[in-house]
Design a protein around this ligand. Structure first.
Ligand code: ATP
Ligand code: MG
Length: 180
């Protein structure tokens, strides 16, 4: 399994649709300060279901939508499409290629799709949760995050181990069932 491509449309500084294609192995994103490198990483965690505005380096969730520049009007929606190669079947879905998309409008929540079918956040989280990628899998290691892992409380450490063991999704399901 590897990430094949990421398309950003109206996401942060990417007003025009922009597609990045990746190959298996290491990809480096280089560019001047403020050119949007971190925005690409934000798009990756956003499409995988990130719910925290702060983790996306914004004040509120709508901050991911292109806010406009002196030469270009703000946009009303942001969309990110992630394509994952699944020929090794690492994702529990019967497709060799899996596409996850997330769309958000200024006045509303998020819509998710998996291979073109409407999905819930929970579906996206479950799809990714055993694969070693995804929102809480710590595969995206941000600046300062190594420090916080080293200084984590025992409870937080248990969370990391639960993720690694693949039991987190069951706990989430249980919590969800108990809330009903
Ligand atoms: P550095 O090398 O300093 O880390 P970077 O390449 O990681 O820079 P980013 O943080 O990805 O840069 O991009 C910052 C730019 O994105 C800023 O110019 C900021 O104005 C712009 N930006 C962020 N959110 C939005 C938005 N919603 N609409 C328009 N532009 C945005
Ligand atoms: Mg950066």
């Amino acid at each position: 399994m590897y990430l094949k491509s990421l398309t950003l449309k109206g996401f942060k500084s990417f007003a025009s649709a922009t597609t990045l294609n990746f190959e298996p192995g290491i990809t480096c994103v280089v560019g001047p300060n403020g050119s949007g490198k971190s925005n690409v990483v934000d798009a990756l965690s956003w499409v995988m279901g990130e719910q925290g505005a702060k983790s996306l380096r914004g004040g509120k969730m709508e901050d991911v939508i292109f806010a406009g520049t002196s030469g270009r009007a703000p946009l009303g929606r942001a969309e990110v499409i992630l394509t994952i190669d699944n020929t090794d079947g690492a994702l529990p879905i019967d497709y060799a290629e899996v596409t996850i998309s997330r769309t958000m409008f200024r006045n509303g929540g998020s819509d998710y799709e998996i291979n073109g079918n409407k999905a819930r956040l929970l579906d996206v989280q479950e799809l990714l949760s055993d694969s070693g990628i995804g929102r809480e899998m710590h595969v995206i290691v941000g600046q300062g995050q190594l420090d916080s892992i080293l200084q984590a409380t025992p409870e937080m450490r248990r969370g990391f181990i639960e993720e690694a063991a693949g039991v987190l999704k069951h706990r989430k399901r249980k919590e969800k069932a108990l809330r009903k």
